[in-house]
Design a protein around this ligand. Structure first.
Ligand SMILES: Nc1ncnc2c1ncn2[C@@H]1O[C@H](COP(=O)(O)OP(=O)(O)OP(=O)(O)O)[C@@H](O)[C@H]1O
Length: 239
């Protein structure tokens, strides 16, 4: 079971919808949400994470609807989200910031504190955990964001362009990490880079101008042609 969107519409401006009555069920396992800049990936993930409220439709996970106040807390505990922009909280150390995020998600203070150290270790940021978070570099801030998303061991982890700003060695570490997380969580990762496609992902969803243009297994996607040209043809409307 994973997250699904039912008839979700969203726009930032009047008369201009980014998503128009979108229906989408993310499959279980690890999925890649692929789409060019501006396709609506961040908007979709923001809605799936309940950070954005859709104008129409609703999100469902295990029968929980985050629009309903009685479901919201449990939904947000079950679903973690790493947004594209990670903001350091002034005055907090890296470990304090990650622990704070865990506490907001319902962990007890002691658990949040120890889980923060574990998740910083997992993203190879343990040596910087006593630094102030605003002192981190761009790539380090992304890794702290990743630790924030992992701290409470959610059932579903949504990640918005998590590999942006990571160097090749860190991308390799990231792949290993996703493998570990996928043993106990569903993972959905957005990207516009076809280089991110690998056997790590069981399924691929291609979003273009707010529409799902392809949904299937990674093998099916790669089998259609080589990945790059298939993706280009998909987003340019040839398929
Ligand atoms: N805060 C905002 N205010 C106004 N328009 C926005 C806002 N955020 C996104 N948009 C618009 O909504 C559309 C979809 O944006 P979104 O960020 O969801 O796409 P994306 O696929 O995540 O793109 P990228 O790969 O560049 O991050 C774009 O046309 C964008 O300009």
């Amino acid at each position: 079971m994973s997250i699904s969107l039912h008839g979700c519409s969203y726009g930032y401006r009047r008369n201009s919808l980014v998503l128009n009555e979108l229906d989408l069920s993310f499959p279980a396992g690890v999925s890649l949400l692929l789409g060019p800049n501006g396709a609506g990936k961040s908007t979709l993930l923001g809605i799936a994470a309940s950070a954005l409220a859709p104008h129409t439709g609703h999100v469902d996970y295990r029968g929980l609807n985050p629009r309903k106040s009685r479901d919201r807390k449990e939904f947000r505990k079950a679903v973690a989200w790493m947004p594209q922009q990670i903001s350091p909280i002034p005055g907090l150390t890296v470990r304090e910031q990650v622990a704070y995020m865990g506490w907001l998600k319902g962990l007890a203070r002691k658990d949040a504190w120890s889980r923060a150290a574990d998740s910083l270790e997992a993203v190879e940021l343990a040596d910087l955990m006593h630094r102030k978070s605003h002192e981190l570099s761009g790539g380090q801030i992304r890794r702290m964001g990743l630790a924030q998303a992992l701290v409470h061991e959610a059932e579903v982890v949504l990640m918005d362009e998590p590999t942006a700003g990571l160097d090749p060695a860190q991308r390799e570490t990231f792949r290993r990490l996703i493998k570990q997380i996928s043993a106990h969580s569903h993972v959905i990762i957005s990207t516009h880079q076809t280089e991110d496609i690998s056997e790590l992902y069981e399924s691929v969803i291609v979003l273009d101008r707010g529409q799902v243009r392809f949904q299937g297994s990674t093998v099916e996607f790669l089998g259609a042609a080589d990945a790059v040209s298939a993706y280009r043809r998909l987003v340019s409307g040839e398929i």
